[in-house]
Design a protein around this ligand. Structure first.
Ligand code: NAD
Length: 185
C-alpha cells in the first residue's frame, strides 16, 4: 500500500510527502529535480525520472508495480504563467504529455486512485471576490489551459471527457501557507 507522489520534491508535493509519512504511509517520490530538492524527500525513496520522456510510461508502470503503489498523486508540471505565454509548446508537451504518461502507467499497473494537481488558473480572472469550483472554467493563458485540459481526465459533473476508465480526484492545490520546506538555497 504505497502512494507514489510525482513531483514530490517540489513545494507542494514535499508538504504532502511529509504529511503522508507523518501518517505512517509508505511513500515513493518520482521527480526529475528540475525545480525540486532531494532533501525535501527525506524519509521516502526518491526515483529520479522525467515523466515527459518517451519511455516514461513503461518506467513509471514498472516502478508502480515494484513498490506496490495503490495510489498516485501527480504534481509534476511547469507552473509559471508568463513562461507559458512565452513558450506554450513546452507547456502543452510537458504538462499534458507528462499527465498522459502518468495516466497510461496507472492503467497499465492498475492503480485506481489518482489525484491530479490542477490550478485555480483554469477559471481565468472571473469577476468575483472568491473563486469557487462551480464557476465555469475560462483559462486565459496556456498554463491554465493545460490544467483545464488535464482536469478533463476526471468524470466530475463538469468534466467534458475521461482519460481514465475510473474516477480521478482533482485538486486545485491552494498553496500551503508558509515557506517552502526546506527553503531552496
Ligand atoms: N504553488 C502554487 O501556488 C500552486 C497553485 C495551484 C496549483 N499548483 C500546481 O501544483 C503542482 C506543484 O506545484 P509546486 O508549486 O509544488 O511546483 P514545484 O515546481 O515546486 O514542484 C514541481 C515538482 O515537479 C518536478 N517536476 C517538474 N517536471 C517534472 C517532470 N517532467 N518529471 C518529473 N518531475 C518533474 C519538479 O522537479 C518539482 O519537484 C503543479 O502542478 C502546479 O501547477 C501550484
Amino acid at each position: 500500500m504505497t502512494t507514489l507522489v510525482i513531483g514530490g520534491a517540489g513545494y507542494i508535493g514535499s508538504h504532502v510527502v511529509r504529511l503522508l509519512l507523518e501518517q505512517g504511509k509508505e511513500v515513493v517520490v518520482v521527480d526529475n529535480l528540475s525545480t525540486g530538492l532531494r532533501q525535501r524527500t527525506e524519509g521516502a525513496e526518491l526515483i529520479e525520472l522525467d515523466v515527459t520522456l518517451p519511455d516514461a510510461r513503461e518506467k513509471l508502470a514498472f516502478e508502480m508495480r515494484a513498490c506496490g503503489a495503490d495510489s498516485v498523486i501527480h504534481f509534476a508540471a511547469h507552473k509559471q504563467v508568463g513562461e507559458s505565454v512565452e513558450n506554450p509548446e513546452m507547456y502543452w508537451h510537458d504538462n499534458i504529455g507528462g499527465l498522459a504518461n502518468v495516466l497510461s502507467a496507472c492503467a497499465s499497473a492498475e492503480v485506481r486512485d489518482i489525484v491530479f494537481s490542477s490550478s485555480a488558473a483554469v477559471y481565468g480572472m472571473p469577476d468575483v471576490d472568491v473563486v469557487t469550483e462551480d464557476l465555469a472554467p475560462q483559462p486565459i493563458n496556456p498554463y491554465g489551459a493545460t490544467k483545464y485540459v488535464g482536469s478533463g481526465c476526471s468524470p466530475t459533473p463538469n468534466g467534458p471527457t475521461r482519460c481514465a476508465p475510473w474516477p480521478c480526484g482533482i485538486s486545485t492545490s491552494p498553496a500551503p501557507g508558509g515557506p517552502s520546506w526546506p527553503t531552496p538555497q
